[in-house]
Design a protein around this ligand. Sequence first.
Ligand code: IMP
Length: 205
Amino acid sequence: MKLTIIAATRNQHKLKELNRLLKGTNLRLRSLDDFPAMPEVVENGRTLEANALKKARAVAKALALPALSDDSGLFVPALQGKPGVRSARYAGPKCDYAANNRKLLQAMRQFTGRQRRAYFATTLALVWPGKKSLTWTGRLSGKITSAPAGGNGFGYDPVFIPTGHQVTLAQMSLNEKNKISHRSRALAKAALYFKKQLEKKTLKG
Ligand code: IMP
């Protein structure tokens, strides 16, 4: 039997990635699209972990179901960690992905070589209603390109080349991205936890 968990997001790109990654497990994700009355949670934490826990706690409390949330960002050491936790709103409160990428490339224009290093990070938080919470973090290292390339994916994918690759994340298929992504690495850690719990039979489907 499948264990239902609410994915605390309405982002269709993320849901698609999460669902693909959970294929073949005993977990079934339902998204906030199934619960339209659930209000948006303000992401004002100073870390990915604080934001992820805030979102998952709000959903677990409101719906009395286990909730899984993720908060991600792109971190550039040469920019003191920016865009960081504010990755979604880097170019302004209502900006789009293209505006964020333009602002990033502009901010990076004086940097060359190793100064163009960056990494994506995802922190996943799982909150059981009224019980414990857990977090897992995954990272993907790479570098920022000098111009956007590729039409797949979302966010900063067109300007990020993962270490050991020659093309941006936006030039990869979703399957290729999922093999290496920060989200899949965090989720692999979470999946290991679920596997262990199920072996111990502490989770019933
Ligand atoms: P969120 O808080 O997890 O929604 O992520 C914040 C922002 O980080 C997104 O709006 C994207 O701009 C960026 N981001 C997160 N994950 C990815 C990714 O896999 N590729 C490209 N950009 C991402």
